[in-house]
Design a protein around this ligand. Structure first.
Ligand code: ADE
Length: 225
């Protein structure tokens, strides 16, 4: 899989892809993440990417031309399954969407800034608009990193324990059960006896029951879906 991220703040995206699972996924060749500095496609001398909003009002709007040039260049090099725009008024990201996107071959993620992008960018180039939640970030970069992380860890071979994404919260619309490690007792706080029993069927049953109970208490909305 290849993910091309278009941004006017490329530095903001260096660290999220340079550690741990996401770095290892790239080292293993399971995913290629390419961050593009939109300023390279700026057309005027000042390398300007945004301009005042027609009709007035606070906040600058990202101009269509540099985005058009950048996306067109990428599209001339390969076919893309999706061109995603990160925006708080997009479709809410969830595990189901991450699962779907992890099956794609090439995707572009456009990060918005200022008051957003000229509406014509959305009409002409964007195939999917994603929000990571009902709050407003300073820009789409952190949202793009969140989306990419959620996708990349689902690509087969990325997680060392192949089954571990399957037991994540949300994979079956249930929250994950509690987990414990050594010591078996800490300052009087004990690990549930069943987990020390070695009885695998009982442990699985306990985990399932804990998942259901947790979901009922914390996220009953998931049980209705
Ligand atoms: N850009 C700013 N806020 C955002 C959000 N909540 N989700 C996606 N992109 C954003």
């Amino acid at each position: 899989m290849r993910i091309d991220i278009i941004t006017c703040l490329p530095k903001l995206l260096e660290s999220p892809f340079s550690h741990s699972i996401l770095q290892r996924a790239q080292d293993k060749g399971l995913v290629e993440v390419v961050v593009h500095d939109l300023r390279a496609w700026a057309t005027n001398k000042q390398k300007q990417l945004d301009d005042y909003a027609y009709g007035g009002g606070a906040g600058m709007v990202m101009m269509i031309e540099p985005i058009d040039l950048c996306i067109s260049e990428l599209k001339s090099q390969r076919d893309y399954d999706e061109v995603i725009y990160m925006t708080p008024d997009g479709e809410r990201l969830n595990q189901g969407v991450a699962n779907q996107l992890s099956l794609k071959k090439n995707i572009i993620i456009l990060c918005g800034h200022y008051k957003g992008v000229d509406e014509r960018v959305r009409e002409a180039f964007i195939t999917r608009e994603m929000s990571i939640g009902d709050y407003v970030l300073s820009g789409g970069e952190l949202a793009a990193a969140v989306l990419s992380d959620a996708i990349i860890r689902l690509i087969p071979g990325v997680l060392s324990d192949e089954t571990s994404a399957l037991t994540d919260s949300f994979q079956d619309n249930l929250l994950a059960p509690p987990v414990y490690t050594r010591p078996a007792e800490y300052k009087g706080m004990k690990v549930p006896e069943v987990l020390l029993s070695g009885h695998q069927q009982k442990i699985e049953d306990w985990r399932t029951q804990q998942s259901i109970e947790r979901t009922r208490q914390r996220r009953p909305d998931l049980l209705d879906e």
